[in-house]
Design a protein around this ligand. Structure first.
Ligand SMILES: NC(=O)c1ccc[n+]([C@@H]2O[C@H](COP(=O)([O-])OP(=O)(O)OC[C@H]3O[C@@H](n4cnc5c(N)ncnc54)[C@H](O)[C@@H]3O)[C@@H](O)[C@H]2O)c1
Length: 381
């Protein structure tokens, strides 16, 4: 769908109803930089609830649809129809929804994971590549923090030498301080306990995908072989809730990766450390405006977002250094760059994650499942 000159990018939403917090994040972030206008949507499978919610956001009644199929058909028929759809439904529906809009030449911004499982991911990847009229962005939002992108270019410039080791951990506590049993699990975890909805693996699709993406995004490497142990910490509930993975990367580097949704005690943290022949880099999501550069022959440097020696980070910042930016700002970077890409349509470098990274991550998750089952090293393919 063509952009209309002088008009903001017309955005439609699928998912992100009243109780979804990521829905709120998308709605705010998409409007951070005045590039998008939310004009259509379907927010729930319950069409009454969806329409009521859509109208409460100020969307015209006739553009609050009953389901995503109707939305794609009707929006494609309109002269002022949406240019972009943003998808924020549970994982196993991402493929089918994205494909419907791609068929109507509508660009897609989708929340992660790319798809529910590898079979879906391969189909979606093919569909995206087969339509030259559309562009696709995946909201692996942690990679959009200015200092994460700064880290990526520091690695590219050889500041830490050849990457030799990567350590990532992304842990959460989904228990809310309760003891989880078969009885309360469904209420607590909702669709995350249902394989048909969450897809290949709850912990890996929900947060492991981010962790693996961060490792490959900053280092520029790909995983080649892995050994995974996906342990049910509590075997009362059938849900992948913890994964530890050893990785061999394609330049010979090694990696260790831990992700858990039952790291009890309110722990919440994404941390990545990358070690090279000349030093190391460390970034922690809870302190996102700083990147730690630790040269092997000197003292530790804390590089601050937006400061003179963090040139690239300025491009992805809105506030001056010293004033903290956070999650929403980073999320908005994906929307802002995607808008620039659609408007300029020039072959310059964009940093937002796309379908290539989505497929890579789906392959990694599938390999983890196979390795865990066979209890041996497997190739990521
Ligand atoms: N990028 C991030 O940091 C991040 C954070 C949280 C969640 N997510 C991702 O966002 C997605 C949604 O997660 P959530 O936690 O918000 O889930 P949720 O269950 O809280 O919200 C999902 C919303 O989608 C709606 N929905 C479901 N199927 C639909 C359909 N077919 N059509 C229209 N609406 C539909 C539901 O009514 C609900 O409002 C998941 O893929 C999840 O991994 C990403």
């Amino acid at each position: 769908m063509r952009l209309i000159k002088g008009k903001k990018i017309q955005l439609g939403l699928v998912g992100g109803g009243p109780k979804s917090w990521i829905g709120h994040v998308h709605r705010i972030s998409s409007r951070f930089d005045n590039q998008y206008e939310i004009v259509a949507g379907v927010f729930s499978r319950n069409s009454q609830l969806s329409k009521r919610f859509g109208q409460s956001l100020g969307i015209l009644k006739e553009r609050c649809y009953s389901n995503f199929r109707e939305m794609a058909e009707r929006e494609a028929e309109r002269k002022d129809g949406i240019n972009v759809v943003a998808i924020m439904t549970p994982p196993s529906s991402h493929q089918i929804i994205a494909e419907k809009f791609i068929d109507k030449n509508i660009h897609v911004i989708s929340d992660k994971p790319f798809a529910g499982n590898l079979a879906q991911a391969k189909k979606l990847f093919k569909k995206i590549k087969s339509n030259k009229k559309i562009k696709y962005a995946l909201t692996h939002n942690y990679s959009a923090y200015p200092m994460v992108r700064e880290a990526k270019v520091l690695v590219e410039k050889g500041k830490i030498g050849k990457v030799e080791y990567i350590n990532v951990e992304y842990v959460q506590d989904w228990s809310d301080g309760e003891n989880i049993s078969q009885k309360n699990a469904k209420k607590k975890f909702k669709w995350k306990i249902d394989k048909n909805i969450v897809g290949a693996s709850a912990v890996l699709n929900e947060i492991g995908s981010h962790a693996y993406h961060m490792a490959t995004y900053i280092s520029g490497l790909k995983g080649e072989t892995i050994f995974a142990d996906i342990k049910q910490v509590s075997n009362k509930v059938k849900m992948d809730n913890n994964a530890q993975v050893m990785i061999n990367f394609n330049n010979g580097a090694k990696g260790m990766f831990w992700t858990s949704v039952m790291a009890r005690g309110g722990v919440y943290g994404l941390r990545i450390r990358i070690f090279g022949t000349k030093g190391s880099l460390e970034w922690v999501q809870n302190d996102p405006n700083y990147l730690k550069l630790n040269p092997s022959n000197g003292s530790v440097k804390f590089i601050e977002r937006g400061f003179f020696n963090a040139e690239l980070s300025k491009k992805f910042s809105r506030l001056k250094f010293g004033h903290p930016e956070g999650y929403l700002d980073a999320f908005a970077n994906i929307y802002r760059e995607f808008a620039a890409c659609l408007k300029n349509n020039v072959k310059k470098r964009y940093f937002y994650p796309n379908e290539d990274e989505g497929l890579e991550t789906a392959k990694f998750i599938e390999a983890c499942k196979v390795s865990n089952r066979k209890k041996r090293w497997v190739k990521i393919k």
